[in-house]
Design a protein around this ligand. Sequence first.
Ligand code: SIN
Length: 343
Amino acid sequence: MSNISLRRIRRTSVGMLCYSALLICTLAACGDAGNKEGAKVLIKFPHVTAPGTPKGRAADRFRDLVHERLGDRVTVEVYPSGQLMNDDDSIDALAFGEVQMIAVSLSKFDRLTKKFQIFDLPFMFQDLSAVERFQESPSGDALLSAMTESGLTGVAFWHNGMKQFSGPEPMTTPDAADGLKFRIMESDVLQAQILQVGGNPQKMAYGEVYQALQTGAVDAQENTWSNIYSSKFYEVQDYITQSNHGYLGYLVLVNTKFWSSIPDDVRAELRSILVETSDWANAQAAEINQDALEKIKASGRTEVVALTPEQIKQWQDIMRPVWDQFEDSIGSDVIAAAQQVPR
Ligand code: SIN
């Protein structure tokens, strides 16, 4: 069956259940790139952001270090800016062995696992350091294996940054969101978050957001400074409110069967390069976002609005019920662990 047919099946609600079963069954037969001893390994790595973003830089750094350390034994081909496929399709492509590595927003795995919903809870993490402490804790580290039953293995967490709201008005208080159509990522928590403030959430692929904002198909959106800058959302949004209300980060993911088929010494080197890349990239993510913020301010194309502590408290209070709504699917133990990570 072709992947186009598979994607069509998945997009019908009736086909969704059959698709999930088919995905898991078919995984047993896919993903093995036939990496016998001495054979060359090709890692196709598509992603949707621009090369200068935190993820873009991390993917390029990984490719360059692999070239430096593993020479001809492994080639990494990075396809940025959604030029090969969108995120949703890349998860299918990974499962079916069409690509070998992806780094998809943690908000986009709802159809395979609910465990990453912790990262979407509004105001769960104060900053990237708080996220990092959780990801390095035993509960956070266990999340790398959340999709092993689907034949997918997490090999790293990469940061983008904290999300900001943009729209036709400053969103200093939650009532400004009332009635606005918001583009959101494919996440049930983000959907609930927007409903909680009276907005109308629209799940949409990243590559479609600029045009949707430009044509007025949606009024508003939430994203990091680096994404708002590199995808030019600031050119078509009158105000960006410095809300820092949520986290956007990535799971770097491989097809387990493919990964196990790589010779042990090569896989060990790839793992060590991933650790080095992640440390390097995560250390500069906040700075890349700060730089994007400065460039957006300097552009004069939009107005950046700061929030007072009282206004932030209003946002936190109105969104807090979302935590209770998802407590059962995320697990109260995971929520407690994310909160208890020492500051
Ligand atoms: C990304 O950073 O990979 C895209 C996030 C989004 O879909 O808004």
